[in-house]
Design a protein around this ligand. Sequence first.
Ligand SMILES: Nc1ncnc2c1ncn2[C@@H]1O[C@H](COP(=O)(O)OP(=O)(O)OP(=O)(O)O)[C@@H](O)[C@H]1O
Ligand SMILES: [Mg+2]
Length: 584
Amino acid sequence: MSKSRAEGFRWLWHYLSRHRRIFIPSLFALLFTAALALAFPWFLKDLIGSPVDALREGVDPVSVVSKVNKDVLYMLCALGLQSFIGFWRVQGFIRSGEAALNDLRKDLFDHLTSLPVSFFQEQATGSLSNRISSDLAVVRETLISTVPQAARQTVILIGGLVAVFYFSWKLSLMMLACVPFVVFAVAMIGRRVKSHTMASQDALANASTVVEEVCQAIADVKSYGNETYEQHRYAKSLKKFYDVTVSGARIRGFFLSFIIFVMFGTIAAVVWFGARMLAGNEITQLQFTAFILFSIFVGASLGSFPEIMTQISAMNGASERLRGVLEEPSERQGGDLLLQFKGELSLEGVTFRYPSRPEKEVLRGITFSARPGQRMALVGASGGGKSTIFSLLLGFYPAEKGEIRFDGRGINTLDLVKMRKQMALVPQEVMLFGGTIAENIGYGKPGADQLAIEDAARVANAHDFILAMPEGYQTLVGPRGVKLSGGQRQRVAIARAVLADPRILLLDEATSALDAESERLVNEALDRLMHGRTALVIAHRLSTVRNADKILVVHGGQIVESGTHEELMALAGTYRILVETQLI
Ligand SMILES: Nc1ncnc2c1ncn2[C@@H]1O[C@H](COP(=O)(O)OP(=O)(O)OP(=O)(O)O)[C@@H](O)[C@H]1O
Ligand SMILES: [Mg+2]
């Protein structure tokens, strides 16, 4: 067994061992039922073989019948016992396996939530969760089905081999002579068959991705009239799957024909040889029958091993990837609490690059500070680095150089979770969770009661539109909040922030234009929300900018101008151009 495979099993055992009180008895029950399974050919051989021998030796037919009756009774007892124990061991395996899997799922999820934002931004989130769930499915298959199967088949194989050798060692050796041929064929051709199988699975997965994407983005597909384009794309990926599969068909066909020829050829040869031994009185009918019956069990269990091995190597890959996720370093834990936080913040010479794009300096020496309760507007062309400043303030990434401070205390000394609780972000594109409106607002402060939720909604100018909905606060917003309009979603997000009652507000103002009435309602709500808090607003509307205590013009990762509206207009620089060209 290779090292990594052993590690994979040790890791699985770590989860299973917590449920060993169920798992180990189930494993013993399994081994016992596997051994009992061999009772079936044992009694069958007596039923088929011994009457022939007995009659040939001139035993009284009446006593032959009574022995046959007894044998069948034993057989039924063994079958009954096997079924009874089987019933319990199946449950035991499912109980311990699923419990272990749930522990693993929980560990993975807990760890995922502890990872830094950068981990998620550096990979397509869809593929991360898909990969995790398909890897978990492989581990599940291994735990619930492959491990019991492997244990069972091993017992049957060993027991069966002992039996065939006991009844006729000569025939057994003959039968086993075919094994090297099969092993040789598997070693020579099996690898190529496997790589073709994998290539065709990949091609099929690519084709399924097309289906998945189209179902997800059906509105885009239809709005661009791209149905035919997608049909072609799918047909092309199906063709590729077909080609890959067909190119492996010859080798696959040869492999199967060879194995079938060797196996059935061996059976023919062994039976032929056995029949001659029987004729020459070298073995009895009973021995011959027993040999054939046990050989069937040996053959079937040998035949199940390639699949068990394939599943184990799939488990190996899956467990390696899952362990990789679990070993990703978590965000910094612990640190000072922000007690009696006043809401002052400052950045001093902050320089930053995204880890995924180290060649581009996104922020270059950003310096500014906000006093408690001050309202700052960040303006500037797209890509200037405004949202990045927010990400750094939230501690999603560490600054490369410079200092970020809250109430004069460096961000690196603070407890990240507690620090973020002092802030609320109302993002550009509000994404809601699929629950009710009340749950979505309550997310700002888990455990808040209905009254507090309604108060927050009133402040956010959301109460009236919520009551106008058929089920009021219990209305389901649909996946990602699709059942609400843009302005309504924003007001729900504002209500959430009101409920959270943070000292610092980070608002990424929506660029999408709202109608005049919604804009008024949203602005009013924002005004109330910002009252008495330090607010940083990435502004796209002149009305917001005018009301700010201070305006920062961010361009190319630097603050190129700062001051009030009047000061900056008088300066006749970038800000004035932005205003005059109506970019804000
Ligand atoms: N996760 C990321 N990884 C790598 N580069 C990024 C990432 N996010 C943003 N950038 C880059 O950083 C720069 C600043 O982006 P940022 O989102 O801060 O701009 P912005 O000022 O908020 O723009 P907008 O007004 O369009 O929202 C851009 O050049 C962008 O391409
Ligand atoms: Mg932005």
